[in-house]
Design a protein around this ligand. Structure first.
Ligand code: SF4
Ligand code: SF4
Length: 658
């Protein structure tokens, strides 16, 4: 006897089923194409390396790799539901093909294997849903909260395989299926049914009614996909496929023609790229981006998920087939959907991007909105002043270039204009040139170079602001002007390596100037000091300090330089490095990036004080950093507190031990 079973056993409503299938697919296709259409309205999005993307996509999605599903529990929970539904859908398709085209796929060994797989994966799906329920409603992480839609989906996705098992149990109970051991979960339900003492006649009626219910649920589920969070099955996968190659915080590349420069900002949905519109549907509302966002935690009016969800609601309303035709749709998003205060609150720290499992690019989105002409026309007054100072004098403070402290004759600092050639060109940066706390770091670096016998020089008056904050504030035109001027200056001289202690300058010189023809070997001072220590050109002596290190956003998250500053510190004998709870890629922010250092406070609690309180928990004597902006803001936080901790740059710590 060939193993099989009668399709649509005890189900008389096959034509009704096809009718509901048709309705379900029509509703699905309308919703699906509306979402795709909404993405299509964006600007062109260029992507390359198809092979690499496919490889990453399949390994990310098929294996549910740890980068996406942070945490083993979540990973296995999602794997269960994902593969469960794939197998159940494939099994249902096989049945539909056999029924419709008469191809005998549900026979013999194929039948037994498919029955067993559908049975086991149905159970795995239910276990996955059970795990999701536990995670969301019992051991609920504090940053997550779930809506009615989330609960409804969990119930729906659970009930479909559950009613499938009850149907299978009733069928086995009534027919005494010879092959029932190949559907062990169905057999279990058959035994349960038998124990209830249900008569065969009643069981037949229950089966017939439940079959309709199960069928309606399944088709309702399909129809609901494009209108619910379930659509992330499509959008999140696609967004992972289109993920950026660049490091966190990469901005939209801008063509340097003046026409492009005046038309790069985002004021309406259509000004976003197709990928940025896709991101609105890809977001799974996990809120990981919000947890730890320094702006959000400080009480500023910014939450990265709220930005995405507000734009998504706007996109759905704008593209809805059922919107009021008489309604004049206001296309502007600035100040109507996203407030200017929200835009100016972002420190561009990149923590949200690092945490987002779907690779949503928040920084690019915020900077693109800051770039729009209507944002530009309402720059805060203090920012307008900074732009004028940079434009007129080449630095944000508006001080003359010849007033840089190290140009004082008695310091005898070598200038490249006098040497024309040098091994190390030390890029001092605006903070290192003019800001009181950072001037000491510059002095220490000069002394370290001299002690180590390094051939170094400075640009002196030729060094202008690198433009890092200017670009993040959205003034692309001024940034490109600075980039071209600095590149012209740099190209005039002969040097091997640029060293800088400011990660903002480092990021711009290393990663952004190449877009404009400036290609240099750039090292952060942590990397160079480590080279000097390893080559024994400087030899730190023993100390007994407890030090905690704050990873600067533009050094760590933006450039993955995590080890060099730690190796510098731990190369000092006796120094005890105590890590903060959130370190490396999860490090908090000092609050100064993205131009925030020049702006009035928007937040209720200062971001630098939150960071200081995290550092104080380590009970260290020194709060070390490796960034001009961090040093400024952390020194200010320490000065405004009643703690004894000292805020120091790693170069100062090393120099003090020589
Ligand atoms: S970049 Fe930083 S400040 Fe801006 S939204 Fe993301 S986490 Fe918040
Ligand atoms: S943007 Fe990313 S991290 Fe934030 S809620 Fe959406 S999926 Fe989660």
């Amino acid at each position: 006897m060939e193993a099989t079973r009668q399709l649509f056993w005890n189900a008389s409503g096959k034509s009704i089923m096809y009718f509901f299938a048709l309705i379900s697919f029509v509703v699905f296709i309308i919703g699906f194409s509306t979402r795709i259409w909404s993405w299509q309205q964006g600007r062109h999005f260029y992507y390359d390396s198809l092979g690499w993307r496919l490889k990453i996509f399949f390994s990310s999605i098929m294996r549910h790799d740890k980068e996406i599903f942070k945490g083993t529990f979540r990973r296995y929970m999602h794997l269960g539901v994902f593969y469960g539904f794939i197998i159940l859908t494939l099994g249902t398709l096989v049945i539909a093909i056999q029924d419709h085209f008469g191809i005998q796929l549900f026979y013999g060994k194929k039948y037994l294997i498919l029955s067993l797989l559908m049975d086991l994966f149905g159970l795995i799906t239910m276990i996955g849903i059970g795990m999701a329920t536990y995670k969301r409603y019992i051991s609920k992480p504090d940053h997550e909260d779930y809506t009615f839609d989330d609960a409804f989906l969990l119930i729906l996705v659970f009930i479909i395989p559950f009613t499938g098992f009850i149907l299978e149990g009733l069928r086995i109970y009534i027919t005494g299926d010879f092959w029932a051991r190949w559907t062990p979960v169905g057999l279990f339900f058959a035994i349960l049914t038998q124990k209830t003492g249900l008569s065969v006649v009643t069981a037949l009626t229950v089966h017939a009614v439940l079959w309709y219910f199960h069928m309606l649920l399944a088709f309702g589920f399909i129809a609901y996909i494009p209108y619910s969070k379930l659509f992330h099955m499509v959008a999140s996968g696609l967004n992972i496929f289109l993920r950026p190659f660049s490091s966190i915080g990469g901005l939209t590349p801008v063509d340097i023609t003046s026409k492009e420069l005046t038309n790069i900002g985002v004021a309406r949905l259509e000004d976003f790229s197709k990928k940025q519109l896709l991101e609105l549907d890809a977001c799974i509302s996990c809120k990981r981006c919000q947890k730890g966002c320094p702006a959000y935690m400080s009480g500023a009016p910014l939450s990265p998920i709220a930005v995405i969800q507000s734009l998504k609601r706007h996109s759905i309303a704008k593209n809805s087939l059922f919107k009021d035709r008489g309604q004049v749709f206001d296309h502007s998003i600035l100040d109507k959907i996203i407030s200017k205060e929200t835009l100016w609150s972002c420190t561009t720290c990149g923590l949200c991007e690092d945490k987002c499992p779907i690779h949503i690019e928040h920084v690019k989105r915020i900077v693109d909105m800051r770039r729009s002409p209507s944002s530009a026309s309402s720059y805060p007054l203090e920012i307008q002043k900074v732009f004028k100072n940079i434009s007129d004098k080449g630095n944000p403070r508006g001080l003359s270039l010849d007033s840089k402290f190290y140009l004082a004759k008695e310091l005898h600092v070598p200038l490249i204009s006098e040497k024309n050639q040098t091994d190390i060109l030390y890029w001092v940066g605006c903070h290192g040139s003019y800001e009181s706390r950072n001037k000491n770091v510059s002095l220490v670096m000069f002394k370290l170079f001299e002690k180590a016998g390094v051939d170094y020089a400075l640009l002196g008056m030729d060094e202008k602001c690198c433009g890092n904050s200017v670009r993040r504030l959205g003034n692309e035109k001024l940034f490109q002007q600075l980039a071209h001027e600095n590149i012209k200056t740099l190209n005039h001289y002969d040097f091997k390596t640029i060293v800088t202690n400011c990660p903002h300058c480092y990021d711009t010189l290393k990663n952004e100037y190449p877009q404009f023809g400036g290609h240099y070997h750039v090292l952060h001072h942590s990397e160079y000091i480590l080279e000097l220590i390893r080559s024994s050109k400087i030899k730190p002596k023993a100390t007994n300090f407890k030090v905690t290190f704050h990873d600067p956003c533009y050094l760590g998250r933006y450039n993955s330089v995590y080890d060099a500053p730690r190796d510098v510190l731990t190369s000092i004998p006796g120094l005890e490095l105590i890590e903060m709870k959130n370190n490396r890629s999860r490090a908090f922010c000092c609050g100064a990036g993205g131009g925030r250092i020049w702006m009035e406070d928007i937040e209720q609690t200062k971001i630098n004080s939150i960071l200081l309180s995290k550092a104080l928990k380590t009970e260290s004597e020194i709060l070390a950093s490796a960034c001009s902006l961090c040093l400024s803001t952390l020194s200010e936080a320490v000065n405004n507190s009643d703690t004894d901790i000292r805020s120091m740059d790693i170069a100062e710590i090393v120099y003090n031990t020589l």
